[in-house]
Every structure is written in structure tokens, then in C-alpha cells.
Design a protein around this ligand. Structure first.
Ligand code: ZN
Length: 844
């Protein structure tokens, strides 16, 4: 019987895999059992027999040993159907398609070289059944005699017992043997969904028989204890709707295969657990025994269970003595079988009430160590429950993971092709300047003005591009220094709204664990012990390249310096190494937007104060120097702002203006959609003109900075990020001179440019003048005080204040009492004067 070597699904003679005669009615989400299948209420033993036949059918088909159903035939069909699934977007997850391939092809996957071989069973792909032709379309007739279970050869004689009948006729009556096999096979997806545990039991029992047929590794190791089965990836695919943690906990579907989407908040260490302990009997000195007893272990029990006595039956030939008389030694692998186990904890990605639900997830074998802290995961697995607490009266649900479907840290929103066209048109109608102006005008509209700050934040939502080879970040960090009356929080909220997946975090209660990540001791859910793991904080929980907005930044950490230290690492290296009891690396590839109030006595920022701005906010210089843009939002414009707020309030209440507002952008959620499109641009080239402009601007900035401070290479890096960000935001892959000019102009409005001395801890020329003046006044004042009273060997701040107010002749604003004192404190630190409280004396 000839077959075309390849065909598409449309041409395939078995497009509709589940014809009525075969009795499977597939519906997504609610799967019907095949006709003639048992009622769910049937006893476990008869269910097990059905599951066993189904598992036999799967293995027998995929060995490629049936007449006409060769490996090549199976793999060729699987490849064609896989391509169809991908191009039709029916089942885009290619990993799931492996279940259609031959056993050998699955065991030899090139993408898993060096890893444990894996066999995939995806319920949705299997239920589609596209890879299983109707019986009359098979390449050739398959006689009943071909359908038998190969047996494992006797280790001593090397002779295999005669093959067994797989008993496909159990529970069905579909004519020929191959029809029965196909029927049994088609029940597998249902069994996977409802009886996961039974399926795995049967797989464990029968897999050796088939694996020896397809791979010599299994053939040679079969007869001895060294047999190591492949791993199994079990997926439900789209047959199950994706659950949240909340839904999962409420579902009560214990034992059923489910799909869970959640965020990882805690990853426990990977431990070895004993599955089956092999205990060797010591015997007595006169009567050595050495009989081995196998005892299955409970993976949740940290107590190792030993046999109570040596078996005395004739088969095992043990001595029959009780523990105490004899002792047991736990043997190593391969006699004792072990598995790796890891507990992670996940929570709902979005929680309505602010207290997201969490659940423990158990990972086994190869799945251990794969999960990223803070990552967004889609996991297939089985909902289970274990007794907890004293007396084990209560049961706690947990999720036993059988497959990692998605494991990443990025979050975007869907942009339809129609939306994309609208957005691209909107951008193409505007110049770079216009795009930025129009976006800024409608960004946090309640705050009028502050256009440059808004533009910087808008560019932060997109960010620059990471230079992987040099480990240089692309994310932009912004520091907002604002007087208390300024509505900084409005800007933070607007930023979080514009950038999908972004988070707002209040620093007033921050600990290292809360802000970045830390080792944390967690009570084990199911045993009496505790274990260390890594708990993700705000930065780690923020998706890659989204914004982590930190409000009340001046309250960060309090006395705990480790908070600030780990934040600094998180800002620049974007990776924090946790090396306490739990070890691991937490990735923090996020853009950080910090908003701080002044901690000065008059609660106002003063850019001309001798105290640097970051110090006025209680921020460490190392943190400040890691920011790309620093904005000061002063209360001086308070009056203007009040009017603006009042104006915006009435604007918001005006229906006419409301319509106008919503018509500003051509579609809903314009900003987050634009940001999503912009972030898809992963490479930005530089036009030669743009490049030379940027090189020159750096030199210019250095020259101009002069006495005002220095322009650091850090500024160059910041400029690079801003140029890339504005290029991406305008949906371009090449930075033009216009992008370069815009970014350079914006950088000049940052405090790092306007007050460079303020940022690197040095003084501006104005400050230097002020300090020099105060110091010279101190000299005169001291001489005069001494004239008045030769006994006095100091000048009091009161005297200084009086003298300054009467004799100030500089163009610089007359310093207030506080400023004089801080200048005197600075002179003391420089070793120029001696100070006792408010009394100052020249250093002798
Ligand atoms: Zn013994």
C-alpha cells in the first residue's frame, strides 16, 4: 500500500481522527470518555487493567516494530503534523509534539544532549489523534499475532519468556486486535487527565519491555538493578483551562492533571530523597546474613524507615532476626534508588485583594533547579494533598509538577495586528520631538509641567538594550527628588500603568528580602522540619525590563545597611548572589524608579546647599551614582501646581473634556501597547552622523563642566541607554541624529548634568564660593571675638550668624544659620577647625 512521503493535514486521509465509529468526542476543556469506557465509579482494579492496556498500546505503537508502522513512518507523520500544529497555531507548544514521535526519536532528542532522556505524553496532542490513522488507512494489515508484549530475557540464560497478550480486549469489543489497540490508545489522554497516578504505575511496570526493543542501553541494563528509566513529561495541554492558585485550591480536583499559571516567590534547595531503601542485614558474628531488604520511603518524612526485622521466608533466605539482634546498613546506589526533589512556592500573578494565594509545588528529577526566582511559570501537574500538623489531622493541597510549560521572567500584553497598524501610523505621522511631547502631555496629566521628568520616565518604560558581552545593563534607573507637596506618586503610578508587569513598592518597611531577595527559613509544609530557600523580593518579582517603582525611597532600610548594599548590586550588576544558608543567584533585570522626599530639617530640597542632594534625601552616593537621570521637583512651583491640580480636577469632571481625553490616543491602552511593540526591537544601530554627534557631545560636556564638576563615563552609558530607548519608542531599529539630539538634550536637564558636583559628592563653584566666604568670615569673626574677650578661645554659632547677617557682601544668597553650621561641620571634617557643639575654634 503506497503512501505519499509527506502531506499536509488537509490532504491527510485521517483529518477527522475521532469518527463516530471510534467513539471519541473531543471537546476542549470538557473531555468525554470514549463510548464503552468504564464508569468513573468502577473499582480501581478494573480501571488499572484498562489503563494498563492503554499504556501497552502507546508503547507498542511507538516502538516502530509493528508491521508497516516503522520508526521512520511514525516520525515522518509526527513531523508533518507538528508543522501543521505550529503554522495553524492549534498547538504552538512544540515540546508537546514529541509524544507523537517514536520512542527512539524521543529518547535521542538532540535538544536534550547530556540530559536524561525523556518521554512526553501530552493529553491534548494525543486526544487530537492526528498521528493515528483509522485502521483501514494503515500501511498494511497488522495481524493479531504481531500484537504481543515483548518479554525481558532471563539474566542467567539470556532467554526471554514467550511474548504475552497485552489484553486489549479488556472492556472493549472492536473486532481485530489492531482495532482494540487503537481504541485502548485513544483512551490514554483521558486516563492521563483523570488517573495520572494509575498511568504512572502502569508505565513503571511495562516500560522496560518496550524500551529494551528500541535502545540497547535499556536492553543491556534491563536485567540488573542499574535500570534507570527515562524521565516522563506529562502535560494536559489545552484540555484543561489554565488555573490560578486561587482556583486550584478551591477546585478540590485531587489527583487530576491541571495547568497552573503563577509567579515563583520561593525556591527551596534541591535535595536527594530516597525512593526505595536497600537495607543489608549484618547477621551475627557466628551467622553472617547479608540479606537485602527493600523498603519504600515516604519522601515527606525526614525519618529514614528501617525494616523491623530480617525476612525469614525461603525466597529471600534471611535470618529472621529482629532489629537489635542484628543491624541494618543502608546501601548506596544502585541498590538504593533515589530521586532529587525541590519544593518551590508560587503565588497568583495578579491578586484582587492584595493578598495573593500561594501553593507549594513539588519538582522531581530533571525539573529540579529549573525554576527562576520571581519567574512567571506555567506548570502542568497533579493536585495532591498531604497531611500536615501534629496528629496529621489536616490536609494541605500541593501541586506535583509533571511538566514545565513556560518558565520566564518577561511579561507583555497582546497587541493585535490592527492595533499595531494604528500605533505605527500614529508614530510615523510625528517627528521624534512630537512623539515625546504628545506622550508626555498625556502622561500623569494631573501633574502639569515637569515635561522633562515625564519624558525621562516614558523612555524608562522602554529602556535601552543590554550589552550582554560586557554585562552592561540596558534598563534606565531614575531618581526623583521631590518636596513633600509634589505629587511624585502620580508619576510612579503612571509609569507602572504604562509598562506591562510593573510594580509599585513602598520602601518604608523594606528589608533586603522584601526589596531584592534573601535566604529565608521556611517551615516545611509537610514534614516537621524547616528548610532554607530563596525568597524573591520586589525587584526579583518584577518582570524583566519592567519598572519597579520604589516610593518613599528615603525611608529605605533604616539601620540595615545590607538592604542598600544589595540594592546597589541589583541596580548595576542586575544579579544578586545569595550566599547564606540558601545559595543562588537572583536576577533583577528591571528599571528602577525611585521617589524620595528630603530628610532635611525644613523638609525642602536645596540644590545650593553644601549638603549634596542625595544626602538631603538620605540616599547613599553609591546608589545615586547608579541612576541615569535625577530630577528635582521643588515645591517652589507649589502655587502653580495647586492651580494645575484644581484645573485638572475640573477638567476631569467636564464630560466634553473627558471625551477629548479619551480621543487623545487612537486606541485604548495605547501606552502599554506602544511599549510592548517598542520592546520587541532588540537591536539598535547608530547612523554615522548620530554616532559622531554623540562622541562630540561627550567632549563638549566635559569641557563645559569645568569647575562645576566632572562628566563621568557613567554619563556616556546613560546617554547610550536614552538614545536606544527613544529609538525603540519611535519603533525604529536605527538611531538617527534626531534621536541622538533628543536624548542629549534630555540628559542635560538631569541634575547629574545641571549639578554634577551635587551628584558625585563634590561642590559646585557656587558652593565653593559660599564655603570660602563662610571660612573667611569665621577668621575675621574669631579675631574680633578675641579682641572683645581675650579669655574666649572660640566663636559661637550665634556670633557667626550675627556677623554674617551684618557683614554679608557676596552676590550669593546670605546663608541661614543651618547652612553656616553645616559648613563649619564640613571644615571640621577637613581638619581646618575644631568644634565642640556650636563652638568653633581654628585648628592649632
Ligand atoms: Zn538477616
Amino acid at each position: 500500500m503506497g503512501r505519499p512521503s509527506s502531506y499536509t493535514l488537509d490532504e491527510s486521509p485521517w483529518v477527522q481522527p475521532h469518527s463516530k465509529s471510534q467513539g471519541v468526542q473531543k471537546t476542549i476543556g470538557e473531555i468525554k470518555m470514549p463510548e464503552g469506557s468504564p464508569e468513573v465509579g468502577q473499582d480501581r482494579e478494573s480501571r488499572a487493567a484498562l489503563v494498563r492496556a492503554s499504556v501497552h498500546a502507546y508503547f507498542m505503537w511507538h516502538t516502530g516494530q509493528l508491521p508497516g508502522i516503522t520508526r521512520e513512518w511514525i516520525d515522518n507523520r509526527a513531523r508533518n503534523i507538528s508543522n501543521e500544529f505550529v503554522s495553524s497555531e492549534l498547538i504552538p507548544n512544540v515540546d508537546a509534539h514529541w509524544c507523537m514521535y517514536s520512542l527512539k526519536a524521543q529518547l535521542d532528542r538532540e535538544d536534550r544532549t547530556g540530559e536524561k532522556p525523556v518521554i512526553t505524553l501530552d493529553a491534548s496532542v494525543l486526544s487530537m489523534g492526528q498521528h493515528l490513522p483509522p485502521v483501514d488507512m494503515l500501511p498494511q494489515i497488522i495481524p493479531d499475532s504481531a500484537l504481543s508484549v515483548p518479554q525481558i530475557p532471563d539474566p542467567e540464560t539470556g532467554i526471554a519468556p514467550p511474548p504475552l497478550d497485552p489484553l486489549f480486549n479488556e472492556g472493549n469489543d472492536f473486532g481485530s486486535g489492531i482495532e482494540k489497540l487503537m481504541h485502548a490508545y485513544r483512551m490514554l489522554p483521558n486516563f492521563l487527565l483523570y488517573y495520572y497516578e494509575l498511568v504512572m504505575e502502569e508505565i513503571e511496570d511495562v516500560q522496560r519491555n518496550y524500551l529494551q526493543q528500541v535502545d540497547f542501553v535499556y536492553a543491556s541494563s534491563l536485567a540488573n538493578v542499574h535500570f534507570e528509566p527515562p524521565a516522563y513529561t506529562i502535560m494536559c495541554g489545552n484540555l484543561e483551562t489554565t488555573s490560578t492558585v486561587h482556583e486550584l485550591r478551591q477546585s478540590n480536583d485531587i489527583g487530576k492533571l491541571k495547568r497552573l499559571k503563577a509567579q515563583v516567590i520561593h525556591t527551596g534547595g534541591t535535595n536527594s530523597t530516597i525512593l526505595m531503601g536497600a537495607f543489608k542485614c549484618s547477621g551475627t558474628p557466628k551467622n553472617p546474613c547479608a540479606t537485602i531488604t527493600h523498603l519504600p520511603q515516604d519522601p515527606y518524612d525526614d525519618v529514614l524507615r528501617e525494616p523491623s526485622s530480617c525476612p525469614a521466608d525461603t525466597e529471600s533466605g534471611g535470618c529472621g532476626r529482629k532489629k537489635g539482634e542484628i543491624a541494618f546498613t543502608l546501601l548506596n546506589k544502585p541498590e538504593t534508588t533515589t530521586d532529587t526533589i525541590q519544593m518551590i512556592q508560587v503565588q497568583d500573578v495578579d491578586s484582587e485583594d492584595g493578598s495573593p494565594k500561594t501553593i507549594h509545588v513539588e519538582m522531581r528529577g530533571d525539573l529540579c533547579g529549573e525554576i527562576v526566582d520571581g519567574g512567571f511559570v506555567t506548570l502542568d501537574g497533579v493536585l495532591m494533598s498531604k497531611p500536615i500538623g501534629r496528629g496529621k489531622k489536616h490536609r494541605e493541597p500541593y501541586f506535583f509538577c509533571t511538566a514545565i510549560v513556560e518558565n520566564g521572567k518577561t511579561r507583555t500584553i497582546a497587541v493585535s495586528p490592527e492595533d499595531e497598524e494604528v500605533i505605527r501610523n500614529w508614530i510615523s505621522e510625528r517627528s521624534v520631538e512630537q512623539v515625546m511631547n504628545d506622550l508626555a502631555k498625556h502622561f500623569a496629566p494631573i501633574i502639569h509641567g515637569h515635561m522633562n521628568v515625564k519624558k525621562a520616565i516614558i523612555l524608562q518604560t522602554v529602556g535601552g538594550i543590554r550589552i550582554e558581552s560586557q554585562g552592561k545593563r540596558g534598563d534606565l534607573h531614575i531618581l526623583l527628588l521631590g518636596d513633600p507637596g509634589v505629587a511624585k506618586s502620580q508619576l510612579l503610578n503612571a509609569a507602572v500603568k504604562a509598562s506591562p508587569g510593573s510594580h509599585l513598592y513602598d520602601c518604608s518597611q523594606a528589608t533586603q528580602a522584601g526589596l531584592v531577595a534573601a535566604a529565608e527559613k521556611l517551615k516545611d509544609a509537610f514534614s516537621s522540619g524547616e528548610s532554607w530557600g530563596i525568597k524573591a523580593g520586589a525587584l526579583a518579582l518584577t518582570p524583566d525590563h519592567a519598572i519597579c517603582a520604589l516610593d518613599e525611597f528615603h525611608l529605605l532600610g533604616g539601620k540595615d545597611t545590607t538592604v542598600v548594599e544589595s540594592l546597589n548590586v541589583a541596580l548595576e550588576a542586575q544579579e544578586v548572589r545569595i550566599s547564606k544558608a540558601a545559595k543562588g543567584v537572583v536576577r533583577t533585570r528591571v528599571a528602577v524608579l525611585m521617589a524620595a522626599n528630603p530628610r532635611t530639617r525644613d523638609a525642602r530640597f536645596d540644590p545650593d546647599s553644601p549638603t549634596p542632594l542625595y544626602q538631603q534625601a538620605g540616599i547613599k552616593v553609591n546608589t545615586a551614582s547608579r541612576t541615569d537621570y535625577v530630577a528635582i521637583m521643588r515645591d517652589l512651583e507649589e502655587e502653580a501646581l495647586d492651580i494645575s491640580i484644581s484645573e485638572s480636577m475640573w477638567d476631569a469632571a467636564d464630560p466634553a473634556l473627558q471625551t477629548l481625553q479619551s480621543e487623545v490616543f487612537p486606541i485604548e491602552n495605547f501606552m502599554p501597547k506602544l511599549v510592548t511593540l517598542a520592546k520587541r526591537i532588540e537591536t539598535v544601530f547608530f547612523e554615522p552622523k548620530a554616532k559622531s554627534y554623540l562622541v562630540n557631545s561627550y567632549n563638549d560636556a566635559r569641557k563645559n563642566a569645568g569647575a562645576e564638576g566632572k562628566v563621568t563615563p557613567r554619563r556616556n552609558e546613560s546617554l547610550r541607554r536614552f538614545v536606544q530607548a527613544v529609538t525603540r519608542l519611535t519603533l525604529q531599529g536605527t538611531a538617527t541624529i534626531n534621536h541622538a539630539k533628543f536624548a542629549e538634550k534630555l540628559m542635560r536637564t538631569s541634575m547629574t548634568d545641571t549639578h554634577p558636583g551635587q551628584m558625585d559628592g563634590g561642590q559646585t563653584s557656587k558652593q565653593k564660593e559660599l564655603y570660602d566666604k563662610i571660612l573667611s568670615i569665621f577668621g575675621i569673626c574669631y579675631t574680633q571675638e578675641l579682641d572683645k574677650n581675650p579669655e574666649a578661645d572660640f566663636v559661637h554659632l550665634d556670633a557667626m550668624e550675627t556677623y554674617v547677617s551684618q557683614n554679608w557682601d557676596s552676590k550669593i544668597d546670605k546663608p541661614a544659620r543651618g547652612k553656616i553650621h553645616s559648613a563649619m561641620k564640613a571644615f571640621e571634617e577637613e581638619g581646618r577647625i575644631e568644634r565642640k557643639g556650636y563652638k568653633y575654634a581654628p585648628r592649632t
